[in-house]
Design a protein around this ligand. Structure first.
Ligand SMILES: NC(=O)c1ccc[n+]([C@@H]2O[C@H](COP(=O)([O-])OP(=O)(O)OC[C@H]3O[C@@H](n4cnc5c(N)ncnc54)[C@H](OP(=O)(O)O)[C@@H]3O)[C@@H](O)[C@H]2O)c1
Length: 412
């Protein structure tokens, strides 16, 4: 099966490697010619080092260097969403850029998607899906591609000596939960272009057995869960196209530990990950420490507790708004416990935000604590601690930047 990877950094290349290992065709979208030159230096192979010291390598990737298009050029070449030439079409897109880069990277490829394509969003943080919908697919919900949202606990980073995203350590073997985001106001008689030949036709036919009510969480390897709305009600039948085969392929790769879960489960996982990452990522970044540095530290305990208290109030209102039943899953004590469990199992791990601050990259803070602040504003809940954390990360970013980059406007 054919997959495209948007965001060929640490996480994206790990997913690419396991797809390739299981004989899928994988195209890597490389951001610049420099990234391509670097891949060539690695003989166009990806190496993954396992926690037990074994190393495995894959090759045979297709590559494309991305480039910006302006709208006039797309029109002139008759490239537009849902109808670009067959050789350019993307049926399965795995998105693994950082949250703040998703929209920018999407601009380069969105016209190659169609309503029969499937986007797998594996980026951390919240708010990316909403941004994509607003900027690219706001006109008609039923015409957007299928969307699978993922929540992951895998940990992968560059091996120290090599320092390249083509030579990685799969440090934490985790899981990926995938949930289908249902379309709003779908119509049962939607007709779509079958642009993935027989595969699409088979998938559309297949759809009839996919709609049985079952609101329980499922760990099933066979993706037969129903498509439910947020209240757990069945949605009318819609042609899924590449959706089913994407789920089948991903859930059948043992190393990825992918599970298909229902939409309620994925929403809960994403919200839980949001709070966990909103504590661990900025604190480890501000103090330049590994996750274990947050353990046995009374000051850290108080800050984590304060972030969690604000988050508990926000989650209660937000889940109510989404029509979800009350649950003690987002109680302050439970969230704090979950955070310490993660810190204990990843003692030596440097969070992605901490790595970004060290390498002077823009961080995902707006999609973590920044998102909590936005939700707080919406529900009228004060969020002074999360606001302060956002500002501290902005401050850290500027301080970490080279003095040459410090502008007067940044200092005042
Ligand atoms: N690494 C992990 O263990 C892990 C675990 C769970 C979740 N995640 C999440 O996965 C996401 C990716 O993390 P990561 O660690 O893989 O980050 P990363 O190594 O920085 O990879 C991001 C990739 O996106 C590319 N990119 C940035 N802007 C782009 C654009 N405009 N067009 C095309 N490509 C672009 C980057 O290219 P350049 O390198 O050229 O900038 C880089 O290859 C994040 O949301 C992270 O929180 C990571």
């Amino acid at each position: 099966m054919k997959f495209h990877i948007l965001g060929t950094g640490n996480f994206g290349n790990m997913v690419a490697h396991y797809l390739r290992k299981h004989n899928h065709k994988v195209t890597l979208f490389l951001r610049t010619p420099v990234n391509f030159a670097q891949f060539k230096k690695f003989q166009q192979k990806i190496t993954i080092n396992q926690p037990n010291g074994d190393a495995e390598q894959t090759q045979g990737y297709d590559t494309e260097v991305l480039r910006e298009f302006d709208i006039d050029e797309l029109v002139e070449r008759h490239f537009h969403y849902g109808a670009c030439p067959p050789d350019l079409q993307i049926q399965r897109l795995i998105v693994t850029t950082k949250a703040q880069d998703v929209n920018k990277s999407f601009r380069k490829i969105f016209y190659r998607l169609s309503p029969t394509s499937t986007i797998v969003l594996l980026t951390n943080g919240m708010g990316v899906y909403e941004e994509l919908m607003e900027d690219f697919f706001s006109q008609d919900e039923k015409l957007r591609p299928n969307i699978l949202m993922g929540a992951t606990t895998h940990i992968v980073y560059r091996t120290k000596l090599v320092n390249s995203s083509f030579d990685l350590s799969h440090y934490g073997i985790g899981e990926i939960d995938l949930g289908i985001i249902p379309r709003k106001e779908v119509e049962s008689d939607v007709t779509l272009n079958d642009n993935d030949n027989n595969e699409v036709n088979n998938e559309v036919k297949d759809n009839s057995d996919n709609l049985k009510t079952n609101s329980n969480e499922s760990n099933s390897k066979i993706p037969k869960l129903p498509i439910l709305d947020i209240n757990g009600n069945e949605l009318p039948s819609i042609p899924e196209n590449s959706l089913r085969t994407t789920l089948e392929a991903l859930t059948s790769i043992p190393e990825l530990h992918c599970r298909h879960v229902n939409v309620l489960t994925i929403q809960n996982r994403l919200l839980e990950n949001l709070v966990i990452n909103a504590c661990i990522n900025p604190l480890t970044a501000i103090f330049n420490i590994r996750n274990g540095g947050l353990l046995f530290n009374r000051g850290a305990d108080r800050v984590i507790s304060a972030i969690c208290k604000e988050s508990t109030q926000i989650m209660q209102k937000h889940r109510e708004f989404l029509g979800m039943k009350p649950s003690n899953r987002f109680g302050t004590e439970r969230l704090i416990d979950a955070i310490y469990q993660i810190c204990k199992s990843t003692v030596n791990f440097k969070s992605t935000m901490s790595q970004d601050v060290t390498t002077r990259k823009i961080t995902e803070i707006d999609y973590l604590n920044g998102y909590l602040v936005k939700l707080g504003k919406f529900y009228g809940i004060p969020t002074p601690v999360n606001k302060l954390i956002v500002d501290l990360i902005y401050m850290k970013h500027i301080i970490s930047s080279s003095p040459k980059n410090l502008k007067r406007s940044n200092i005042i």
